[in-house]
Design a protein around this ligand. Sequence first.
Ligand code: MG
Ligand code: MG
Length: 619
Amino acid sequence: MAPLRKCIATVALSGSLPEKLEAAAAVGFDGVEIMEADLLSFDGSPADVRRIADSLGLGIDLYQPFRDFEAMPDPVRARNLDRAERKFDLMQALGAEMMLVCSNTQPAALDDDARAAADLHEMAGRAARRGLRIGFEALSWGRNIRLWGHAWRIVQAAAHPALGLIVDSFHTLALGDDPAGLAAVPGDRIFFVQLADAPRLQMDVLSWSRHFRNFPGQGALDVTGFLRAVLASGYAGPLSLEVFNDDFRSAPARLNARDGLRSLILTEAEAGGAAPLPPVPALDGIEFLEFAVDEAAGRELAAFLGSLGFRHAGRHRSKAVDLYRQGGISMVLNGEQDSAAAEHFQQHGPSVCAMALRVDDVPGTLARAEALLCPRWQEPVGADECSIPAVRAPDGTLLYLVGVGGPSWEDDFDRLPGADGTAGLTGIDHVVQALPAGRMDGFVLFWRALFGLLPQPQLETPDPYGLVLSRALVSPGGRVRLALNASDSRGTATGRFISTFAGAGVHHIALSTPDIGGAAAALEGLGAPVLPIPENYYDDLAARWGLDDAMLTDMQRHALLYDDDGAGRFWHLYTAAFCERFFFEVVQRADGYAGFGAANTPVRAAAQARLHPAGTLLM
Ligand code: MG
Ligand code: MG
Protein backbone atom coordinates (compact mmCIF):
# COMPACT_ATOMS: atom_id res chain seq x y z
CA MET A 1 0.00 0.00 0.00
CA ALA A 2 1.24 3.50 -0.80
CA PRO A 3 1.75 5.73 2.23
CA LEU A 4 -1.07 8.16 2.97
CA ARG A 5 -0.69 11.93 2.96
CA LYS A 6 0.71 13.23 6.28
CA CYS A 7 -0.50 16.38 8.02
CA ILE A 8 -0.08 18.16 11.32
CA ALA A 9 -2.30 20.68 13.09
CA THR A 10 -0.60 24.04 13.60
CA VAL A 11 -1.52 23.90 17.30
CA ALA A 12 0.96 21.04 17.78
CA LEU A 13 3.96 23.25 16.98
CA SER A 14 5.48 26.29 18.68
CA GLY A 15 6.07 29.69 17.11
CA SER A 16 4.24 32.09 14.83
CA LEU A 17 2.09 30.68 12.04
CA PRO A 18 4.84 31.11 9.39
CA GLU A 19 7.33 29.39 11.75
CA LYS A 20 4.93 26.49 12.24
CA LEU A 21 4.43 26.11 8.50
CA GLU A 22 8.17 26.28 7.88
CA ALA A 23 8.84 23.54 10.48
CA ALA A 24 6.13 21.25 9.10
CA ALA A 25 7.43 21.63 5.55
CA ALA A 26 11.09 21.29 6.54
CA VAL A 27 10.68 17.82 8.00
CA GLY A 28 8.48 16.58 5.15
CA PHE A 29 4.81 16.95 6.03
CA ASP A 30 2.47 17.19 3.03
CA GLY A 31 -0.07 19.49 4.63
CA VAL A 32 -1.43 21.17 7.74
CA GLU A 33 -4.64 21.76 9.62
CA ILE A 34 -4.87 25.49 10.26
CA MET A 35 -6.23 26.17 13.72
CA GLU A 36 -8.34 29.28 13.81
CA ALA A 37 -6.43 30.71 16.79
CA ASP A 38 -3.19 30.59 14.78
CA LEU A 39 -4.80 32.46 11.91
CA LEU A 40 -6.37 35.09 14.18
CA SER A 41 -3.02 35.90 15.76
CA PHE A 42 -1.25 36.08 12.38
CA ASP A 43 -0.49 39.60 11.20
CA GLY A 44 -1.40 39.13 7.54
CA SER A 45 -4.27 38.06 5.31
CA PRO A 46 -5.49 34.50 4.68
CA ALA A 47 -4.15 34.93 1.15
CA ASP A 48 -0.70 35.63 2.64
CA VAL A 49 -0.93 32.33 4.52
CA ARG A 50 -1.88 30.61 1.27
CA ARG A 51 1.18 32.12 -0.45
CA ILE A 52 3.51 31.01 2.36
CA ALA A 53 2.10 27.48 2.31
CA ASP A 54 2.36 27.33 -1.49
CA SER A 55 5.95 28.51 -1.43
CA LEU A 56 6.73 25.70 1.05
CA GLY A 57 4.88 23.09 -1.01
CA LEU A 58 2.44 22.58 1.85
CA GLY A 59 -1.28 21.92 1.45
CA ILE A 60 -3.90 23.37 3.79
CA ASP A 61 -5.92 20.22 4.23
CA LEU A 62 -8.30 21.38 6.94
CA TYR A 63 -9.60 24.51 8.62
CA GLN A 64 -10.78 24.09 12.19
CA PRO A 65 -12.63 24.23 14.49
CA PHE A 66 -16.18 25.35 13.80
CA ARG A 67 -17.96 24.92 17.13
CA ASP A 68 -21.43 24.73 18.58
CA PHE A 69 -23.29 24.57 15.29
CA GLU A 70 -25.76 21.71 15.06
CA ALA A 71 -29.19 21.48 16.69
CA MET A 72 -29.41 24.97 18.16
CA PRO A 73 -32.82 26.57 18.80
CA ASP A 74 -34.05 28.82 16.04
CA PRO A 75 -32.65 32.33 16.24
CA VAL A 76 -29.19 30.89 16.90
CA ARG A 77 -29.52 28.43 14.02
CA ALA A 78 -29.82 31.24 11.48
CA ARG A 79 -26.90 33.14 13.01
CA ASN A 80 -24.80 29.95 12.90
CA LEU A 81 -25.42 29.58 9.16
CA ASP A 82 -24.34 33.20 8.61
CA ARG A 83 -21.26 32.51 10.72
CA ALA A 84 -20.47 29.48 8.54
CA GLU A 85 -20.75 31.57 5.36
CA ARG A 86 -18.16 34.01 6.74
CA LYS A 87 -15.79 31.12 7.50
CA PHE A 88 -16.33 29.79 3.97
CA ASP A 89 -15.14 33.18 2.61
CA LEU A 90 -12.04 32.85 4.73
CA MET A 91 -11.45 29.24 3.69
CA GLN A 92 -11.63 30.18 0.02
CA ALA A 93 -8.99 32.87 0.58
CA LEU A 94 -6.89 30.31 2.45
CA GLY A 95 -7.37 27.66 -0.19
CA ALA A 96 -8.65 25.23 2.45
CA GLU A 97 -11.23 22.88 1.02
CA MET A 98 -12.48 21.20 4.20
CA MET A 99 -13.83 22.49 7.49
CA LEU A 100 -14.03 20.52 10.73
CA VAL A 101 -17.31 20.91 12.60
CA CYS A 102 -17.12 19.40 16.08
CA SER A 103 -20.18 18.32 17.99
CA ASN A 104 -21.99 21.01 19.96
CA THR A 105 -21.03 21.54 23.63
CA GLN A 106 -23.66 24.22 24.45
CA PRO A 107 -26.25 23.47 27.15
CA ALA A 108 -28.83 24.95 24.76
CA ALA A 109 -28.11 22.33 22.07
CA LEU A 110 -31.15 20.19 21.35
CA ASP A 111 -30.87 16.45 21.83
CA ASP A 112 -32.42 15.94 18.40
CA ASP A 113 -30.51 13.89 15.83
CA ALA A 114 -32.95 14.79 13.04
CA ARG A 115 -32.37 18.49 13.64
CA ALA A 116 -28.60 17.95 13.81
CA ALA A 117 -28.73 16.09 10.49
CA ALA A 118 -30.93 18.75 8.86
CA ASP A 119 -28.60 21.56 10.01
CA LEU A 120 -25.52 19.77 8.75
CA HIS A 121 -27.32 19.04 5.44
CA GLU A 122 -28.07 22.75 5.03
CA MET A 123 -24.48 23.70 5.87
CA ALA A 124 -23.04 21.08 3.50
CA GLY A 125 -25.27 22.40 0.68
CA ARG A 126 -23.94 25.91 1.19
CA ALA A 127 -20.34 24.61 1.34
CA ALA A 128 -20.82 22.54 -1.81
CA ARG A 129 -21.94 25.62 -3.78
CA ARG A 130 -18.43 26.99 -3.12
CA GLY A 131 -16.61 23.72 -3.77
CA LEU A 132 -16.02 23.16 -0.06
CA ARG A 133 -16.68 20.15 2.17
CA ILE A 134 -17.66 19.65 5.81
CA GLY A 135 -16.35 16.97 8.17
CA PHE A 136 -18.34 16.26 11.35
CA GLU A 137 -16.45 15.07 14.44
CA ALA A 138 -17.82 13.79 17.76
CA LEU A 139 -16.06 15.64 20.60
CA SER A 140 -15.62 13.38 23.61
CA TRP A 141 -17.14 16.14 25.78
CA GLY A 142 -19.92 17.10 23.34
CA ARG A 143 -23.31 17.94 24.84
CA ASN A 144 -25.30 15.21 23.09
CA ILE A 145 -22.94 13.64 20.56
CA ARG A 146 -19.77 12.11 21.94
CA LEU A 147 -19.14 8.87 20.04
CA TRP A 148 -17.99 8.43 16.44
CA GLY A 149 -20.85 5.97 15.83
CA HIS A 150 -23.38 8.64 16.79
CA ALA A 151 -21.73 11.22 14.53
CA TRP A 152 -21.77 8.65 11.73
CA ARG A 153 -25.52 8.03 12.13
CA ILE A 154 -26.11 11.79 11.81
CA VAL A 155 -23.85 12.06 8.75
CA GLN A 156 -25.79 9.17 7.17
CA ALA A 157 -29.13 10.78 7.98
CA ALA A 158 -27.95 14.14 6.58
CA ALA A 159 -27.12 12.32 3.34
CA HIS A 160 -25.18 15.07 1.57
CA PRO A 161 -22.12 14.21 -0.55
CA ALA A 162 -20.26 17.28 0.80
CA LEU A 163 -20.70 16.05 4.38
CA GLY A 164 -18.53 13.26 5.80
CA LEU A 165 -17.19 11.92 9.07
CA ILE A 166 -14.03 13.08 10.84
CA VAL A 167 -12.61 10.66 13.39
CA ASP A 168 -10.06 11.43 16.08
CA SER A 169 -8.28 8.62 17.94
CA PHE A 170 -8.17 10.61 21.18
CA HIS A 171 -11.93 11.20 21.40
CA THR A 172 -12.66 7.53 20.72
CA LEU A 173 -9.98 5.94 22.88
CA ALA A 174 -10.24 8.40 25.78
CA LEU A 175 -13.83 7.33 26.31
CA GLY A 176 -12.94 3.66 25.98
CA ASP A 177 -15.15 3.51 22.88
CA ASP A 178 -14.52 0.70 20.38
CA PRO A 179 -13.08 1.84 17.03
CA ALA A 180 -13.55 -1.61 15.41
CA GLY A 181 -16.82 -0.60 13.73
CA LEU A 182 -14.99 2.05 11.67
CA ALA A 183 -13.90 -0.79 9.40
CA ALA A 184 -17.50 -1.08 8.18
CA VAL A 185 -17.88 2.63 7.30
CA PRO A 186 -17.35 3.23 3.56
CA GLY A 187 -13.81 4.64 3.37
CA ASP A 188 -14.82 7.60 1.20
CA ARG A 189 -17.38 8.72 3.80
CA ILE A 190 -14.54 9.27 6.28
CA PHE A 191 -13.27 12.66 5.18
CA PHE A 192 -10.35 13.13 7.55
CA VAL A 193 -8.48 11.21 10.27
CA GLN A 194 -6.84 12.83 13.27
CA LEU A 195 -4.40 10.87 15.40
CA ALA A 196 -3.25 11.62 18.92
CA ASP A 197 -2.08 9.52 21.85
CA ALA A 198 -2.06 10.41 25.56
CA PRO A 199 -0.71 9.03 28.82
CA ARG A 200 -3.26 7.35 31.12
CA LEU A 201 -4.37 10.05 33.57
CA GLN A 202 -7.28 10.38 35.95
CA MET A 203 -8.91 13.70 35.05
CA ASP A 204 -11.79 15.14 33.08
CA VAL A 205 -11.51 14.37 29.38
CA LEU A 206 -11.49 18.05 28.33
CA SER A 207 -8.39 18.93 30.42
CA TRP A 208 -6.77 15.65 29.43
CA SER A 209 -7.28 16.49 25.75
CA ARG A 210 -6.24 20.15 25.97
CA HIS A 211 -2.97 19.62 27.84
CA PHE A 212 -1.74 16.04 27.63
CA ARG A 213 -2.26 14.70 24.14
CA ASN A 214 0.94 13.52 22.50
CA PHE A 215 2.09 11.83 19.31
CA PRO A 216 1.09 8.23 18.58
CA GLY A 217 3.47 5.88 20.36
CA GLN A 218 4.29 8.39 23.10
CA GLY A 219 1.26 7.64 25.26
CA ALA A 220 -0.77 4.66 26.39
CA LEU A 221 -3.70 4.60 23.94
CA ASP A 222 -3.96 1.97 21.20
CA VAL A 223 -3.65 4.42 18.31
CA THR A 224 -2.32 1.67 16.05
CA GLY A 225 -5.43 -0.44 16.65
CA PHE A 226 -7.59 2.62 15.95
CA LEU A 227 -5.79 3.27 12.67
CA ARG A 228 -6.04 -0.39 11.69
CA ALA A 229 -9.84 -0.12 11.89
CA VAL A 230 -9.81 3.13 9.90
CA LEU A 231 -7.63 1.63 7.17
CA ALA A 232 -9.88 -1.43 6.92
CA SER A 233 -12.64 0.94 5.80
CA GLY A 234 -10.65 1.73 2.67
CA TYR A 235 -9.94 5.28 3.84
CA ALA A 236 -7.35 6.90 1.58
CA GLY A 237 -7.26 10.51 2.88
CA PRO A 238 -4.65 12.20 5.07
CA LEU A 239 -3.40 11.09 8.47
CA SER A 240 -3.11 14.17 10.63
CA LEU A 241 -1.65 14.83 14.07
CA GLU A 242 -3.91 16.97 16.21
CA VAL A 243 -2.06 17.38 19.47
CA PHE A 244 -2.63 19.84 22.28
CA ASN A 245 0.26 19.57 24.71
CA ASP A 246 1.79 22.13 27.07
CA ASP A 247 5.32 20.88 26.41
CA PHE A 248 4.89 20.82 22.63
CA ARG A 249 3.76 24.45 22.64
CA SER A 250 7.21 25.43 23.88
CA ALA A 251 9.39 22.75 22.25
CA PRO A 252 11.62 23.67 19.29
CA ALA A 253 9.23 23.42 16.34
CA ARG A 254 11.42 21.46 13.95
CA LEU A 255 12.49 18.87 16.50
CA ASN A 256 8.90 18.40 17.50
CA ALA A 257 7.67 18.26 13.90
CA ARG A 258 10.23 15.56 13.15
CA ASP A 259 9.06 13.57 16.18
CA GLY A 260 5.52 13.90 14.87
CA LEU A 261 6.29 12.70 11.36
CA ARG A 262 8.36 9.84 12.78
CA SER A 263 5.41 8.79 14.93
CA LEU A 264 3.03 8.87 11.94
CA ILE A 265 5.37 6.80 9.77
CA LEU A 266 5.77 4.25 12.57
CA THR A 267 2.07 4.07 13.38
CA GLU A 268 1.02 3.77 9.75
CA ALA A 269 3.50 0.93 9.20
CA GLU A 270 2.46 -0.86 12.40
CA ALA A 271 -1.20 -0.55 11.40
CA GLY A 272 -0.41 -2.13 8.02
CA GLY A 273 -1.11 1.05 6.05
CA ALA A 274 2.24 1.27 4.30
CA ALA A 275 5.03 -1.13 3.41
CA PRO A 276 6.42 -2.62 6.63
CA LEU A 277 9.53 -0.96 8.02
CA PRO A 278 12.76 -2.96 8.19
CA PRO A 279 12.44 -4.95 11.43
CA VAL A 280 13.47 -3.72 14.87
CA PRO A 281 17.01 -4.98 15.54
CA ALA A 282 17.70 -7.44 18.32
CA LEU A 283 19.97 -5.56 20.74
CA ASP A 284 22.73 -7.51 22.40
CA GLY A 285 24.12 -4.81 24.68
CA ILE A 286 26.36 -1.77 24.68
CA GLU A 287 29.66 -2.60 22.99
CA PHE A 288 31.46 0.52 24.20
CA LEU A 289 31.01 4.08 25.38
CA GLU A 290 33.07 6.84 23.82
CA PHE A 291 34.09 9.96 25.74
CA ALA A 292 35.12 13.24 24.16
CA VAL A 293 38.23 14.54 25.93
CA ASP A 294 41.18 16.82 25.38
CA GLU A 295 44.65 15.88 26.53
CA ALA A 296 44.22 17.05 30.13
CA ALA A 297 40.70 15.65 30.54
CA GLY A 298 41.86 12.41 28.91
CA ARG A 299 44.59 12.00 31.55
CA GLU A 300 42.16 12.77 34.36
CA LEU A 301 39.46 10.45 33.07
CA ALA A 302 42.01 7.67 32.55
CA ALA A 303 43.00 8.03 36.22
CA PHE A 304 39.35 8.06 37.29
CA LEU A 305 38.66 4.90 35.27
CA GLY A 306 41.83 3.39 36.76
CA SER A 307 40.38 3.90 40.24
CA LEU A 308 37.36 1.88 39.08
CA GLY A 309 39.64 -0.96 38.00
CA PHE A 310 39.90 -0.21 34.28
CA ARG A 311 43.19 -0.85 32.51
CA HIS A 312 44.69 0.96 29.53
CA ALA A 313 44.24 -1.79 26.95
CA GLY A 314 44.93 -0.20 23.57
CA ARG A 315 46.06 2.82 21.60
CA HIS A 316 44.49 3.70 18.24
CA ARG A 317 46.91 3.09 15.37
CA SER A 318 46.50 6.54 13.83
CA LYS A 319 44.41 8.73 16.16
CA ALA A 320 44.57 10.18 19.68
CA VAL A 321 42.12 7.56 20.88
CA ASP A 322 42.64 5.16 23.79
CA LEU A 323 40.85 2.04 24.92
CA TYR A 324 40.23 1.17 28.58
CA ARG A 325 38.86 -2.20 29.58
CA GLN A 326 37.59 -4.29 32.38
CA GLY A 327 35.74 -7.59 32.31
CA GLY A 328 34.17 -7.10 28.88
CA ILE A 329 33.43 -3.38 29.37
CA SER A 330 35.11 -1.08 26.87
CA MET A 331 35.53 2.67 27.31
CA VAL A 332 37.01 4.70 24.48
CA LEU A 333 38.62 8.08 25.20
CA ASN A 334 38.69 10.18 22.07
CA GLY A 335 41.00 13.19 22.06
CA GLU A 336 41.42 13.37 18.28
CA GLN A 337 41.21 16.86 16.83
CA ASP A 338 39.01 17.54 13.79
CA SER A 339 36.63 14.78 14.82
CA ALA A 340 33.00 14.60 15.91
CA ALA A 341 34.37 14.00 19.41
CA ALA A 342 36.38 17.24 19.31
CA GLU A 343 33.26 19.14 18.27
CA HIS A 344 31.37 17.51 21.11
CA PHE A 345 34.13 18.44 23.53
CA GLN A 346 34.04 22.08 22.43
CA GLN A 347 30.31 22.23 23.03
CA HIS A 348 30.01 20.14 26.18
CA GLY A 349 33.43 19.54 27.72
CA PRO A 350 34.45 16.02 28.79
CA SER A 351 31.39 13.87 28.16
CA VAL A 352 30.00 10.77 26.50
CA CYS A 353 29.84 11.56 22.78
CA ALA A 354 28.98 8.14 21.41
CA MET A 355 27.51 4.82 22.39
CA ALA A 356 28.02 1.62 20.40
CA LEU A 357 25.09 -0.80 20.28
CA ARG A 358 25.50 -4.45 19.34
CA VAL A 359 22.74 -5.29 16.82
CA ASP A 360 21.92 -8.45 14.89
CA ASP A 361 21.59 -6.67 11.54
CA VAL A 362 23.51 -3.46 10.82
CA PRO A 363 22.22 -2.73 7.27
CA GLY A 364 18.66 -3.49 8.38
CA THR A 365 18.98 -1.16 11.36
CA LEU A 366 20.35 1.61 9.14
CA ALA A 367 17.47 1.14 6.71
CA ARG A 368 14.94 1.29 9.54
CA ALA A 369 16.60 4.43 10.93
CA GLU A 370 16.49 6.08 7.52
CA ALA A 371 12.80 5.22 7.06
CA LEU A 372 12.21 6.86 10.45
CA LEU A 373 13.93 10.12 9.43
CA CYS A 374 17.24 9.34 11.06
CA PRO A 375 19.84 9.10 8.29
CA ARG A 376 23.15 7.29 8.57
CA TRP A 377 26.07 9.29 9.88
CA GLN A 378 29.61 8.51 8.85
CA GLU A 379 32.77 9.73 10.57
CA PRO A 380 35.73 10.17 8.19
CA VAL A 381 38.06 7.16 8.51
CA GLY A 382 41.57 6.32 7.37
CA ALA A 383 41.98 4.02 4.35
CA ASP A 384 42.78 0.88 6.34
CA GLU A 385 40.49 1.59 9.29
CA CYS A 386 37.25 0.00 10.24
CA SER A 387 34.28 2.18 9.42
CA ILE A 388 31.55 1.91 12.04
CA PRO A 389 28.14 2.94 10.71
CA ALA A 390 26.23 5.25 13.01
CA VAL A 391 23.08 7.26 13.44
CA ARG A 392 22.60 10.34 15.60
CA ALA A 393 20.28 10.38 18.61
CA PRO A 394 18.07 13.50 18.87
CA ASP A 395 20.63 15.18 21.15
CA GLY A 396 23.45 14.59 18.67
CA THR A 397 25.03 11.65 20.53
CA LEU A 398 26.41 9.20 17.99
CA LEU A 399 25.00 5.70 18.12
CA TYR A 400 27.42 3.28 16.50
CA LEU A 401 25.95 0.04 15.23
CA VAL A 402 28.21 -2.94 15.73
CA GLY A 403 27.30 -6.25 14.13
CA VAL A 404 28.68 -9.70 14.67
CA GLY A 405 31.43 -11.08 12.46
CA GLY A 406 33.51 -9.11 9.96
CA PRO A 407 36.32 -6.72 10.83
CA SER A 408 36.12 -5.36 14.35
CA TRP A 409 36.54 -1.79 15.53
CA GLU A 410 39.11 -3.21 17.98
CA ASP A 411 41.41 -4.05 15.08
CA ASP A 412 42.17 -0.31 14.78
CA PHE A 413 43.88 -0.44 18.17
CA ASP A 414 47.38 -1.60 19.04
CA ARG A 415 46.66 -3.73 22.07
CA LEU A 416 48.77 -3.26 25.16
CA PRO A 417 49.83 -6.40 26.99
CA GLY A 418 48.45 -7.30 30.40
CA ALA A 419 45.29 -8.51 32.02
CA ASP A 420 41.96 -6.65 31.97
CA GLY A 421 40.80 -4.59 34.94
CA THR A 422 40.64 -5.72 38.47
CA ALA A 423 37.53 -4.54 40.35
CA GLY A 424 35.22 -7.32 39.19
CA LEU A 425 33.00 -5.11 37.00
CA THR A 426 31.61 -7.11 34.10
CA GLY A 427 29.18 -5.08 31.99
CA ILE A 428 27.27 -1.87 31.35
CA ASP A 429 24.01 -2.26 33.24
CA HIS A 430 22.40 1.01 32.19
CA VAL A 431 23.11 4.51 30.97
CA VAL A 432 21.23 7.57 32.23
CA GLN A 433 20.70 10.66 30.13
CA ALA A 434 19.54 14.08 31.21
CA LEU A 435 17.11 15.76 28.83
CA PRO A 436 15.94 19.35 28.53
CA ALA A 437 12.49 19.87 30.08
CA GLY A 438 9.73 18.90 27.68
CA ARG A 439 11.82 16.54 25.54
CA MET A 440 10.97 13.27 27.30
CA ASP A 441 8.28 12.22 24.79
CA GLY A 442 10.56 12.88 21.82
CA PHE A 443 13.40 10.74 23.17
CA VAL A 444 11.07 7.93 24.23
CA LEU A 445 9.63 7.83 20.73
CA PHE A 446 13.11 7.79 19.15
CA TRP A 447 14.28 4.79 21.17
CA ARG A 448 11.01 2.95 20.84
CA ALA A 449 10.71 3.56 17.08
CA LEU A 450 14.26 2.83 15.96
CA PHE A 451 15.33 0.19 18.44
CA GLY A 452 12.13 -1.26 19.86
CA LEU A 453 13.00 -0.35 23.46
CA LEU A 454 10.03 -0.76 25.78
CA PRO A 455 9.17 2.37 27.77
CA GLN A 456 8.55 1.76 31.48
CA PRO A 457 6.16 3.88 33.55
CA GLN A 458 7.26 7.44 34.23
CA LEU A 459 8.46 8.13 37.79
CA GLU A 460 8.76 11.38 39.68
CA THR A 461 11.65 11.53 42.11
CA PRO A 462 12.40 14.35 44.54
CA ASP A 463 15.72 16.16 44.40
CA PRO A 464 16.71 18.69 47.10
CA TYR A 465 15.86 21.47 44.63
CA GLY A 466 12.83 20.17 42.72
CA LEU A 467 11.30 17.17 41.03
CA VAL A 468 12.92 14.99 38.40
CA LEU A 469 10.86 12.99 35.91
CA SER A 470 12.43 9.70 35.03
CA ARG A 471 11.53 7.08 32.47
CA ALA A 472 13.40 3.88 31.74
CA LEU A 473 13.55 2.10 28.39
CA VAL A 474 14.54 -1.54 28.22
CA SER A 475 15.24 -3.77 25.21
CA PRO A 476 13.03 -6.87 25.01
CA GLY A 477 15.92 -9.13 26.07
CA GLY A 478 17.01 -6.72 28.83
CA ARG A 479 20.49 -6.33 27.33
CA VAL A 480 20.17 -2.58 26.83
CA ARG A 481 18.73 -0.37 29.53
CA LEU A 482 18.49 3.39 29.36
CA ALA A 483 16.98 5.85 31.77
CA LEU A 484 15.93 9.36 30.77
CA ASN A 485 15.63 12.20 33.28
CA ALA A 486 14.06 15.60 32.78
CA SER A 487 13.20 18.39 35.18
CA ASP A 488 11.30 21.66 34.95
CA SER A 489 13.37 23.06 37.81
CA ARG A 490 16.74 24.58 36.96
CA GLY A 491 17.94 23.82 40.49
CA THR A 492 17.70 20.04 40.37
CA ALA A 493 20.63 17.85 39.45
CA THR A 494 19.07 17.30 36.03
CA GLY A 495 18.17 20.96 35.54
CA ARG A 496 21.68 22.13 36.44
CA PHE A 497 23.22 19.53 34.17
CA ILE A 498 21.12 20.68 31.24
CA SER A 499 21.85 24.36 31.69
CA THR A 500 25.60 23.96 32.20
CA PHE A 501 26.01 21.13 29.72
CA ALA A 502 24.10 23.05 27.02
CA GLY A 503 21.80 20.23 26.03
CA ALA A 504 21.04 16.61 26.67
CA GLY A 505 23.80 14.27 27.71
CA VAL A 506 24.82 11.16 29.61
CA HIS A 507 25.11 12.01 33.27
CA HIS A 508 25.56 8.62 34.74
CA ILE A 509 26.79 5.17 33.78
CA ALA A 510 25.95 2.07 35.79
CA LEU A 511 28.35 -0.87 35.63
CA SER A 512 27.34 -4.34 36.74
CA THR A 513 29.10 -6.79 38.98
CA PRO A 514 28.17 -10.24 40.25
CA ASP A 515 29.79 -9.41 43.63
CA ILE A 516 29.13 -5.91 44.91
CA GLY A 517 30.94 -6.50 48.20
CA GLY A 518 34.09 -7.63 46.39
CA ALA A 519 33.80 -4.77 43.91
CA ALA A 520 33.34 -2.21 46.70
CA ALA A 521 36.40 -3.50 48.54
CA ALA A 522 38.43 -3.40 45.32
CA LEU A 523 37.31 0.19 44.60
CA GLU A 524 38.32 1.20 48.09
CA GLY A 525 41.76 -0.32 47.54
CA LEU A 526 42.09 1.54 44.23
CA GLY A 527 41.08 4.85 45.82
CA ALA A 528 37.83 5.29 43.90
CA PRO A 529 35.85 8.38 45.01
CA VAL A 530 32.80 6.53 46.35
CA LEU A 531 29.86 8.75 47.32
CA PRO A 532 29.33 8.72 51.12
CA ILE A 533 25.82 7.83 52.32
CA PRO A 534 24.38 9.21 55.58
CA GLU A 535 23.86 6.89 58.56
CA ASN A 536 20.12 7.67 58.66
CA TYR A 537 19.73 5.79 55.44
CA TYR A 538 20.88 2.55 57.08
CA ASP A 539 18.57 2.98 60.08
CA ASP A 540 15.68 3.27 57.65
CA LEU A 541 16.85 0.25 55.64
CA ALA A 542 16.96 -1.88 58.78
CA ALA A 543 13.43 -0.86 59.66
CA ARG A 544 12.05 -1.29 56.16
CA TRP A 545 13.59 -4.52 54.95
CA GLY A 546 14.60 -6.30 58.14
CA LEU A 547 18.14 -6.89 56.84
CA ASP A 548 20.43 -8.62 59.30
CA ASP A 549 23.04 -6.62 61.20
CA ALA A 550 26.06 -8.18 59.53
CA MET A 551 24.75 -7.29 56.10
CA LEU A 552 23.82 -3.77 57.18
CA THR A 553 27.24 -3.17 58.70
CA ASP A 554 28.86 -4.38 55.50
CA MET A 555 26.62 -2.21 53.35
CA GLN A 556 27.25 0.85 55.47
CA ARG A 557 31.01 0.27 55.40
CA HIS A 558 30.95 0.24 51.59
CA ALA A 559 28.30 2.98 51.19
CA LEU A 560 25.98 0.52 49.44
CA LEU A 561 22.34 1.33 48.75
CA TYR A 562 19.64 -1.32 48.58
CA ASP A 563 16.31 -1.92 46.91
CA ASP A 564 13.85 -4.77 46.60
CA ASP A 565 11.10 -4.83 43.95
CA GLY A 566 9.21 -7.82 45.29
CA ALA A 567 10.83 -10.17 42.79
CA GLY A 568 14.52 -9.47 43.23
CA ARG A 569 17.08 -7.50 45.18
CA PHE A 570 19.44 -4.73 44.15
CA TRP A 571 22.63 -3.29 45.65
CA HIS A 572 24.39 -0.25 44.30
CA LEU A 573 26.98 2.42 45.03
CA TYR A 574 27.82 5.69 43.36
CA THR A 575 31.02 7.58 42.69
CA ALA A 576 31.50 11.33 42.97
CA ALA A 577 31.14 13.13 39.67
CA PHE A 578 33.97 13.35 37.18
CA CYS A 579 34.76 17.03 36.52
CA GLU A 580 31.34 17.66 38.09
CA ARG A 581 29.72 16.31 34.93
CA PHE A 582 28.99 12.60 35.00
CA PHE A 583 29.40 9.84 37.51
CA PHE A 584 29.46 6.08 37.73
CA GLU A 585 27.35 3.59 39.59
CA VAL A 586 28.18 -0.03 40.40
CA VAL A 587 25.20 -2.37 40.65
CA GLN A 588 24.41 -5.95 41.47
CA ARG A 589 21.04 -7.40 40.49
CA ALA A 590 19.76 -10.57 42.11
CA ASP A 591 16.77 -12.80 41.36
CA GLY A 592 15.56 -10.78 38.38
CA TYR A 593 15.33 -7.33 39.99
CA ALA A 594 14.03 -5.21 37.10
CA GLY A 595 14.27 -1.64 38.42
CA PHE A 596 16.96 1.00 38.69
CA GLY A 597 17.08 1.70 42.40
CA ALA A 598 14.92 4.78 41.87
CA ALA A 599 13.77 4.63 45.50
CA ASN A 600 17.29 5.67 46.48
CA THR A 601 17.60 8.56 44.04
CA PRO A 602 16.72 11.22 46.64
CA VAL A 603 19.45 9.92 48.96
CA ARG A 604 21.97 9.94 46.14
CA ALA A 605 20.93 13.41 44.93
CA ALA A 606 21.23 14.84 48.44
CA ALA A 607 24.62 13.19 48.97
CA GLN A 608 25.86 14.67 45.70
CA ALA A 609 24.45 18.09 46.52
CA ARG A 610 26.49 17.99 49.77
CA LEU A 611 29.64 16.83 48.00
CA HIS A 612 29.34 19.31 45.13
CA PRO A 613 27.81 22.46 46.64
CA ALA A 614 25.40 24.62 44.65
CA GLY A 615 27.07 26.68 41.98
CA THR A 616 29.27 23.88 40.72
CA LEU A 617 28.50 22.09 37.50
CA LEU A 618 27.31 18.94 39.23
CA MET A 619 24.36 17.20 37.67
MG1 MG B 1 -10.04 16.39 16.66
MG1 MG C 1 3.96 16.60 29.36
